[in-house]
Design a protein around this ligand. Structure first.
Ligand SMILES: Cc1cc2nc3c(=O)[nH]c(=O)nc-3n(C[C@H](O)[C@H](O)[C@H](O)COP(=O)(O)OP(=O)(O)OC[C@H]3O[C@@H](n4cnc5c(N)ncnc54)[C@H](O)[C@@H]3O)c2cc1C
Length: 454
């Protein structure tokens, strides 16, 4: 938004505060995977995050659980992401450890534990962390194909971070967009999936809730109870069930429920409205829980997301655009850097719309090619995560945290390999990248293991 008038600020020199090999912008799942892997492979790595902690949507917006790491038969997202989830489990209370020890799908997030696990994991790997810092501009090379540095703004002032390689893990492709990369946003009419304000409820009684489900025959997502509350005006029109309840303990539950429509997560004004509307909706939902759901009579909201959870903004146009057909046919590619089996999960753009779900059969997954990380026209940037290059349908699947870790791991490893040869993102030898990923715990599919992709 602007008021229509412009001013020209005086030209002022700014200090160069840091010079690093790889700068990762954004500390969500994709940035975490990228920073750990770049550093593990020898690059001097700096991670810049606007908040005071890591985790992105999983901690900032209290998204309550990790989506599946398996294809329902075996783990397919391994490597950095799975190791971090396991580390979170080990750092949780004993009852959490016991309950989720063998679980790889839908493991609840204990956000305070996870923040500390992430801090430690990145610091141990030698990543430099710079929190409370926002990237506002890019410094382009003379031919406009490389980003030579990013302008950061924080309490210390405004400065330039000079770097050889950039990993744009902002989830919104902020940096690639500033550097001129082409992108798509939302659907054909510009419609976007809604945001959700997730929160944590304490003082709930899981046993009473389980008894209620058993006796009432309602589903774990409370379809019947939510429909009744909508009919009686206790909840607004919209999705007729709860997206997810994630039990962190028998008395603490993470909630992902309901939608805030018409929010563009790349606009501060929309994010502001989203935060206010999201909190208002969460309060109404709290009253619903107390009044309608046994076990929740004394529920106490201890935290809501610092930011409305954002499902969809920009998708870069990369060297390859991963398409719905690739998903449906479970295709593999010669340059696969990960596998994905999560279902296509597109939330409706308005309260009258419908949700779209498309599942692959158990045991099946498709490949995620390296090219989806490479924005057109730029030679030293990777864009893993929610904004990677795909059509809208595939974004509805690729965007979940396990995939973001895997794409991040591939980006960070590739940046470190590019550094070794002093080359660009497209000079990385795919076989070397794949071998490195496998050596460092990633899984690229049976066909890769057998050496016959195509
Ligand atoms: C309501 C909701 C429910 C979901 N449910 C699940 C679920 O159950 N399980 C699951 O696995 N996934 C779920 N997802 C999807 C998943 O959480 C996100 O898609 C995923 O976290 C995206 O990861 P990312 O690293 O690409 O971006 P993000 O997690 O958004 O991280 C981006 C980070 O970059 C920082 N940043 C952005 N711009 C700048 C800048 N200019 N300067 C500095 N820092 C910047 C942000 O502060 C943020 O920390 C859900 C998403 C939503 C919104």
């Amino acid at each position: 938004m602007n008021s229509g008038s412009y001013v020209t600020l005086p030209v002022k020199p700014i200090p160069v505060s840091r010079e690093v090999d790889v700068v990762v912008i954004g500390g969500g799942a994709s940035g975490i995977g990228a920073a750990i892997s770049a550093a593990a492979n020898g690059a001097r790595t700096l991670l810049i995050e606007q908040r005071g902690f890591l985790g992105g949507m999983g901690t900032v917006s209290l998204v309550p659980a990790f989506c599946p790491f398996t294809d329902k038969e075996k783990p397919i997202i391994r490597g950095v992401g799975m190791a971090l989830m396991e580390r979170m489990k080990r750092a949780c209370k004993e009852d959490f450890q016991r309950e989720y020890e063998d679980t790889l799908d839908w493991v609840p997030i204990d956000p305070e534990v996870l923040k500390r696990v992430y801090d430690d994991a990145l610091l141990e790997q030698g990543v430099e962390l710079l929190y409370h810092t926002f990237v506002s501009e890019v410094l382009m090379s003379a031919n406009n194909r490389r980003v030579d540095g990013v302008v950061v703004v924080n309490k210390s002032g405004r400065s330039l971070v000079r770097c050889s390689y950039i990993i744009d893990a902002t989830g919104d492709a902020d940096i690639a967009a500033m550097a001129g990369a082409p992108f798509q946003k939302g659907g054909e009419q510009g419609e976007l999936q809604p945001g959700s304000m997730c929160y944590l409820l304490a003082n709930v009684d899981r046993k009473s809730f389980a008894t209620f489900l058993e006796e009432s025959g309602d589903s774990g997502q409370l379809h019947q109870t939510v429909e009744r509350a909508i009919e009686e005006g206790a909840l607004p029109e919209g999705r007729k069930s709860i997206s997810g309840l994630a039990w962190v303990s028998d008395y603490l539950v993470g909630v992902n429920f309901g939608h805030v429509f018409g929010i563009d997560g790349t606009k501060a004004e929309d994010l502001t409205r989203g935060a206010i509307e999201g909190r208002r909706l969460a309060e109404r939902q709290l009253r619903f829980f107390r009044d309608y759901v046994p076990g929740f009579e004394g529920a106490h909201m201890v935290a809501s997301g610092e930011q409305l959870g954002i499902r969809e903004t920009r998708r870069i146009e990369g060297d390859y655009v991963l398409k719905a057909e690739d998903f449906m046919e479970a295709r593999s590619f010669p340059d696969d850097i990960a596998r994905n089996a999560y279902y296509i999960d597109i939330h409706m753009a308005t309260s009258k719309g419908n949700m779209t779900f498309t599942h692959l059969p158990p045991g099946q997954s498709h490949g995620v090619p390296y090219r989806v990380l490479l924005p057109l026209g730029l030679d030293n940037i990777w864009v893993p995560g929610r904004a990677a290059s795909s059509d809208r349908a595939v974004q509805g699947s690729l965007r979940v945290m396990p995939n973001c870790f895997a794409m991040g791991q591939a980006s960070g490893t590739a940046a470190a390999l590019a550094l070794r040869i002093d080359g660009g993102s497209r000079d990385v030898l795919i076989a070397e990248l794949q071998a490195k990923l496998v050596e460092q715990g990633a899984w690229l599919g049976e066909s890769f293991a057998e050496g016959s992709v195509g």
